[in-house]
Design a protein around this ligand. Structure first.
Ligand SMILES: [Zn+2]
Length: 431
């Protein structure tokens, strides 16, 4: 892709000065990213697929229960007891470096194939670079990926050029695939631009992708403050849930904590607690609320309070529904028809309709909101038999259902009884 703006042009220009990967870096990748296999035969003969050394190992249980290091090259091995003789795998490593005024993340894929009895073969390919400016702007260089006929987003086509790529992928899930690529092991020697060094970044990622962490650190000094004042857990928690979305919600309270030297052991609990305080409109600038001596107890107290408030809200919603229902259907209340055996009456509340649906195991429970339907219940000797829906626009029975939606032997009689008395419904409708 050709650069689309000045920023991308400058990065493409700068990228020409990026040095080649060094032998040391690549060797480090081979030594530190690959999980080497210790091949074990049924009889317990072990072979290190990294250096080729063979030895007689202990029994099966020992081999699966204890760590295994090659006695020759001391590589930690993953023991596999198998007839398979060839092993291969791909791993990522990332080098954090700088070029011109940009912080650069260089991600390399490391492949190996190992055959029992031979030395493994290694290849590598630098597949992705993320270039970050001190103001947080960034762009991505990458090779092309195989996108047809594979469900992997990282099937790299290694002979395609590592060049500037469009970030907003046009895939249907709107996922930025470059954010999905694992960064793998991080090369220990890092070169930082001064703007990042200044933020107090100490080779720690707090569970975040380096790209996100670096951009946040360089563009929002609140992130830097959190690290420097010992609130890294809060940084982690807020970044996990979306820094830009949430930091403003907590920042005022965090400042109170910092000022009071209040230690937060459980950042998730504290953030939850602050959300609860906000719900109850407590003063989020007040240490009395924000810095409780017993966070867990205060949190739990508010959780109970919130559950009560939620239940109350649910009751109020229900009452509101009842009021609406009553307003529309009250004119039909008290209607009863009978032929001596069967008695049909109007259901007079949302609660009654829901109860009817539960008792009869059918879906009438949700019908209370149908303003053009009247719901009636038919009983024989005080036992519920069927539930009837009458259309108020057509003035006729739409359906009549017994237990589990089945018709009863009274079905036709019930439908006739209601249809014969439809004029009573009509009278109420026009009254
Ligand atoms: Zn070895």
């Amino acid at each position: 892709m050709k650069p689309k703006n000045k920023f991308q042009q400058r990065v493409v220009e700068a990228s020409k000065k990026l040095p080649k990967l060094t032998k040391e870096q690549i060797q480090w990748g081979y030594d530190n990213t690959i999980e080497h296999i210790g091949h074990r035969t049924e009889k317990g003969k072990m072979t290190c697929t990294k250096c080729g050394h063979s030895w007689q190992g202990a029994g099966y249980l020992v081999s699966i229960l204890t760590d295994c290091n090659c006695p020759e090259c001391n590589t930690k091995l993953k023991v596999e007891t198998t007839k398979k003789r060839v092993f291969s795998g791909s791993y990522y490593m990332t080098i954090i470096t700088s070029c011109e005024r940009y912080q650069v993340l260089r991600t390399i894929i490391v492949n190996y194939t190992a055959k029992v009895g031979e030395l493994p073969r290694y290849t590598h390919s630098e597949v992705m670079q993320r270039w970050i400016a001190p103001d947080g702007k960034y762009c991505t260089f990458a090779r092309l990926r195989q996108t047809l006929g594979t469900c992997y987003y990282d099937s790299w086509i290694v002979h395609t050029p590592l060049e500037l790529r469009s970030e907003n992928s046009s895939n249907k899930f709107c996922i930025n695939v470059y954010d999905k690529i694992g960064i793998g092991e991080v090369y220990p020697r890092q070169k930082l631009i001064p703007e990042l060094k200044r933020t107090g970044y100490k080779k720690e990622f707090y569970g975040q992708k380096p790209l996100n962490l670096f951009r946040t650190l360089m563009t929002d000094n609140r992130a830097e403050t959190l690290i420097k004042t010992g609130y890294a857990k809060l940084l982690e928690r807020i970044m996990d849930s979306g820094w830009k979305l949430h930091i403003d919600n907590y920042w005022a309270s965090i400042r109170i904590c910092i000022r009071n030297n209040y230690k937060i052991k459980d950042a998730t609990l504290w953030c939850d607690y602050i959300d609860l305080l906000r719900f109850f409109r407590k003063d989020l600038h007040n240490a009395k609320y924000v810095c409780p001596a017993d966070l867990k107890a205060e949190h739990d107290r508010y959780v109970i309070k919130k559950a009560k408030a939620d239940a109350q809200e649910e009751i109020e919603k229900q009452l509101e529904k009842e009021a609406e229902f009553r307003q529309v259907k009250e004119r039909f209340f008290g209607l009863v028809f009978t032929d001596g055996k069967i008695s049909v009456h109007v259901l007079e509340s949302v609660a009654e309709i829901i109860k009817e649906g539960k008792l009869m195991h059918h879906c009438v429970g949700s019908y209370h909101s149908k303003s053009n339907s009247l719901i009636l219940s038919a009983c024989v000797d005080g036992e519920k038999v069927e539930t009837i829906e009458v259309s108020l626009t057509k003035l006729q029975v739409v359906q009549s259902r017994g237990l589990c939606n089945k018709n009863t032997k009274y079905h036709d009689r019930i439908v006739n009884l209601v249809n014969n008395n439809i004029s009573l419904i009509e009278q109420r409708l026009t009254a």
